[in-house]
Design a protein around this ligand. Structure first.
Ligand SMILES: Nc1ncnc2c1ncn2[C@@H]1O[C@H](COP(=O)(O)OP(=O)(O)O)[C@@H](O)[C@H]1O
Ligand SMILES: [Mg+2]
Length: 255
């Protein structure tokens, strides 16, 4: 069986990539009974932290897997408190990876090889990637390793720029890595507050991404609180408006 691979990407920080990656992964595991591997590729390690994992002391991280070919990827995988959800954690050790891989001819395909090996050994239904806020070597590697790209877009003035950058980079990977099957499957408007600016940006997004626009994630403090407690929204506030909105998004993306 082949695992479905989905990545949350935007070169901007604070667009809800991690929030959506973590909570959608937990939704798939808990609500849908799927086996899910979440791969954190940000130096901040927030995906692991959001799941209550002390990523600073993780013995093996994604950086070790990508930098040292002799590290068995399965050894870096940790179980989480959510049944069915595993994580391949990240922390600050990923910081100098772009520099250390600068001359490696296979720098863009190492992640894909690691994921291939993980999905051969374990029966995951989904592999979810949480991308860093940049379009450097790490994000390129994610695009080479995934099949679907989801772009969470915070509804601010520069939102459309960030979105266009991701779409262009996906086009580049489709050509340079002969990946015709790579697609931007959904754009998720996030951090919505009812202002004229947000409504204008939202209208533009729905025009550009007709048929690919997911339901909107409005501002909800429970989502932020859940992360500060190291819990998913399903654990922390399952009856909240935040949980309701993320469920609608997860349903649109994965059902
Ligand atoms: N719907 C929301 N309402 C309020 N705060 C949110 C919401 N979604 C995410 N946040 C908060 O916004 C911050 C940035 O979100 P995050 O998912 O870490 O973004 P990214 O991974 O794109 O940098 C986090 O502190 C998070 O808790
Ligand atoms: Mg993040």
């Amino acid at each position: 069986m082949t695992a479905k691979r989905v990545a949350f990407i935007n070169e901007k920080g604070g667009t809800c990539k991690t929030t959506l990656a973590v909570n959608c992964a937990a939704w798939l595991a808990e609500r849908k009974g799927k086996r899910v591997l979440l791969i954190d590729l940000d130096t901040q390690g927030h995906a692991g932290k959001s799941l209550g994992i002390d990523v600073r002391s993780a013995p093996i991280t994604i950086a070790d897997v990508l930098l040292d070919g002799s590290v068995e990827p399965s050894k870096a995988v940790l179980p989480t408190a959510v049944e069915g959800l595993d994580i391949l954690p990240s922390n600050r050790s990923l910081f100098d990876l772009p520099e250390r891989l600068a001359t490696a001819h296979d720098k863009h395909t190492r992640l894909r090889s690691a994921v291939d090996s993980l999905t051969e050994k374990h029966d995951y239904d989904f592999v979810i990637f949480d991308a860093p806020p940049s379009l450097g070597v790490v994000t390129m590697s994610i695009m080479v390793a995934t099949k679907e790209v989801i772009v969470p877009v915070a509804l601010t003035y520069f939102a459309l720029d960030g979105c266009a950058e991701v779409v262009q980079t996906v086009e580049r990977v489709r050509k340079e890595h002969r990946r015709k099957d790579l697609t931007v499957s959904h754009v998720v408007p996030t951090l919505y507050r009812r202002t004229r600016m947000a409504n204008e940006v939202l209208a533009k997004l729905s025009e550009y991404f007709e048929g690919r626009l997911a339901p909107t994630l409005g501002f909800n403090v429970k989502i932020d609180e859940a992360q500060s407690h190291g819990q998913t929204i399903w654990e922390y506030a399952p009856g909240s408006r935040g949980a309701e909105m993320i469920e609608a998004i997860a349903g649109a993306i994965f059902d």
